[in-house]
Design a binder for this molecule. Structure first.
Ligand SMILES: Cc1cc2nc3c(=O)[nH]c(=O)nc-3n(C[C@H](O)[C@H](O)[C@H](O)COP(=O)(O)O)c2cc1C
Length: 382
């Protein structure tokens, strides 16, 4: 886990990744100081790769009014500033490109989630009509999306391409396509939401067609020396939906199109999860895809400990380990992990911190553990 990994022309300093995490905290898709600090702390914390949250390829493909966007050139400079900072701190910079489909026009989680309505909308943040593979709402109480025509699909595919070009303009090292969590590309893949009778529905081959077209089109413009990842929901939450066998087949097709790794998540349609849930609960899916599709994988989901992450890489379940909530809780997880797995070495900390922490460690070693709110200790043990 602590060893570098090279994918195409990109070498990561280690295999620890910050998973994309929507912050719902920008206006008009434009990142600023909040995102510089939010993402920058993970680079200072030693992660090999930091992936910017689901970024709307169109304004109406955003999950919420607060999402990051790359549908306009004006959105490039703010992201470029973040990329430069991540690079200066030794981390690689990735961005997840996304279209929310029928899950667009949502409220921020802390506003209650669910669809925006004229009644619950924040001032100036009106709901907008949504689109999907078929006229299937994402759940009870959600509006019925418009089923995209073949011409409209071409427009969305081109929006992914344009956003990939802008990602290049911003200096990103890696693009990840969001085909998980019940958003548009997943809405095509899943039989729960794709009821089409044309070439983009029906069999698995039909349901994969649009996501594969997007992957193909993005690969064509994304430079050959830069990796392209795809995030999948390996299984739908409901056992009636996508199976791991479907996803292995999808991964094989992605590999044939020059996709370099699959980021293996799960669920997102309908909200439920009928599979086991525990530490590293999605790791077996990453392992199955890696073994059966012969494609590198990134594991994610309730990975909370350095030894757990190390074992995932060491036993060949995945090539990369991604953290979301654990990284929010401990932005220094990667330097802490390196310290834990190397008998206390502070070498992976930023130079501003590492040497000082190392000398403090020596002092703390002589003092022994702090034992409680006792009087200030003024005598140094012999
Ligand atoms: C605050 C937050 C925002 C998230 N936003 C995204 C996102 O933008 N794109 C995505 O694919 N997953 C998103 N996720 C899911 C995470 O990337 C990750 O797959 C999931 O939280 C499981 O990993 P964890 O147990 O380490 O948190 C988000 C999760 C959290 C907690």
């Amino acid at each position: 886990m602590l060893q570098p990994l090279t994918v195409r022309g990109l070498t990561l300093r280690n295999r620890l990744v910050v998973a994309p995490m929507c912050q719902y905290s920008v206006t008009d898709g434009l990142v600023g100081d909040y995102h510089l600090v939010h993402l920058g702390r993970f680079a200072l914390g030693g992660f090999g790769l930091v992936v910017v949250e689901a970024t709307g390829v169109t304004a109406d493909g955003r999950i919420s009014h607060g999402d990051v966007g790359l549908w306009s050139d004006e959105q490039i400079p703010g992201l470029a500033r973040i990329v430069d900072f991540l690079h200066a701190q030794g981390a690689a910079a990735g961005i997840q490109l996304a279209h929310a489909g029928a899950k667009a026009s949502s409220r921020r989680p802390w506003d209650g989630g669910g669809p925006v309505t004229p009644e619950n909308a924040r001032p100036g943040e009106e709901p907008w009509p949504t689109v999907s593979a078929s006229e299937v709402p994402v759940g009870p109480g959600w509006p019925t999306p418009h089923a995209l025509t073949v011409e409209e699909l071409a427009g969305i595919r081109e929006a992914f391409v344009a956003a990939a070009r802008r990602s290049l303009g911003a200096g990103f090292d890696l693009v990840e396509l969001h085909a998980a969590h019940g958003y548009l590309l997943h809405q095509f893949l899943s039989p729960l939401t794709n009821r089409r009778t044309d070439a983009y529905g029906g069999s698995l081959e039909g349901r994969m067609r649009f996501p594969l077209e997007v992957a193909d089109a993005v690969r064509a413009v994304w430079p050959a020396d830069k990796p392209l990842f795809v995030r999948v929901s390996a299984v739908d939450g409901s056992r009636e939906g996508i199976t791991i066998e479907d996803t292995v087949a999808f991964a094989r097709e992605l590999k044939a199109r020059g996709v370099d790794a699959v980021d293996v998540s799960g669920g997102g349609i309908g909200g439920g999860w009928e599979h086991p849930l525990g530490y590293g609960y999605q790791v077996p899916f990453a392992a199955a895809i890696r073994a059966e599709a012969d494609l590198p994988t990134m594991a994610v989901g309730l990975i909370v400990d350095a030894r757990q992450a190390e074992a995932i890489v060491a036993d060949g379940s995945a090539d990369l380990v991604a953290l979301a909530r654990e990284a929010q809780d401990d932005p220094n997880f990667a330097v802490h992990a390196a310290r834990a797995l190397t008998e206390g070495s502070c070498e992976t900390y930023p130079v501003q911190a590492g040497p000082r922490l190392a000398s403090r460690s020596t002092l703390l070693g002589t003092l022994g553990p702090w034992t409680g709110p006792a009087p200030v200790q003024v005598e140094q043990p012999a």
